[in-house]
Design a protein around this ligand. Structure first.
Ligand SMILES: [Zn+2]
Length: 238
């Protein structure tokens, strides 16, 4: 009788071991960073601009990664800033050549705005952006179709600071902190000097709250966006 119990025990233990080794094998694939950590994506539009290096210094100090939606015509004038961005681990997205509302352009002009910017970015940093942001968030079905043809998802935001309107360091800081949330995408501008000045305090406060500052791609993790897809999805209009 004792022998049978012992044999049964042995079977149970072996099965248990097998089960646990199977779990270990599954665990080899790491979870996306932002499943594990409280992430936020700070995004800076309309540069690169003379204030951008100061922002890069701040980001570096806080080990923060960000995403820059740049304008083609500015990239052409400031290649060294672009190269520094990439070297320091930030992401670069396409924000058109000249910042028009794409919804008001012909199909041909929409494509020209995007492709000319893709090319100048490639010439400057040796890689093509894999995402774009429509200026002023202006998009529609037609713009979406063109982006689908060009292979680029459209990145919007969960929170807009309206920093370009505020032009006040304290207000920009308060708004950014209020809009901050886990997996949030915050819209800011590195062409606004008050934004650049507000960032040290913003990063310090959010870091203390446990946030990790990541690029949009890191925030997406395993999620692959379709070409032309709008992300984050817009809240449904009431
Ligand atoms: Zn813009």
């Amino acid at each position: 009788m004792r022998l049978i119990v012992r044999m049964l025990l042995a079977v149970v233990c072996t099965t248990g071991l097998l089960a646990s080794s199977a779990t270990t094998a599954q665990a080899v694939k790491p979870k996306p960073y932002c499943v594990k950590y409280k992430c936020i994506a700070l995004t800076f539009d309309d540069g690169p601009w003379p204030y951008t290096p100061e922002l890069l210094d701040t980001l570096k100090k806080y080990k923060a990664k960000a995403t820059f939606f740049v304008l083609g015509r500015k990239v052409a004038n400031r290649p060294e800033m672009m190269q520094r961005m990439v070297k320091e681990g930030h992401e670069v997205g396409n924000h058109t050549w000249d910042h028009p509302s794409l919804t008001e352009l012909s199909d041909e002009d929409i494509v020209a705005e995007i492709t000319s910017t893709q090319e100048v970015i490639y010439e400057t940093i040796g890689r093509y952006p894999t995402m774009m942001r429509p200026p002023n968030g202006a998009t529609n079905e037609r713009v979406g179709e063109r982006m689908a043809e060009l292979g680029l998802p459209q990145i919007l935001w969960t929170g807009s600071t309206l920093d370009w309107q505020a032009r006040n360091q304290k207000i920009i800081k308060q708004r950014t902190l209020k809009l901050a949330k886990r997996n949030g995408v915050i819209l800011l501008h590195d062409i606004v000097p008050e934004t650049v000045k507000a960032m040290p305090a913003v990063l310090k406060t959010l870091k203390a709250k446990g946030y990790k500052f990541v690029t949009v791609s890191t925030l997406l993790g395993d999620r692959k966006l379709a070409a032309g897809e709008i992300w984050p999805p817009r809240p449904k209009k009431k």
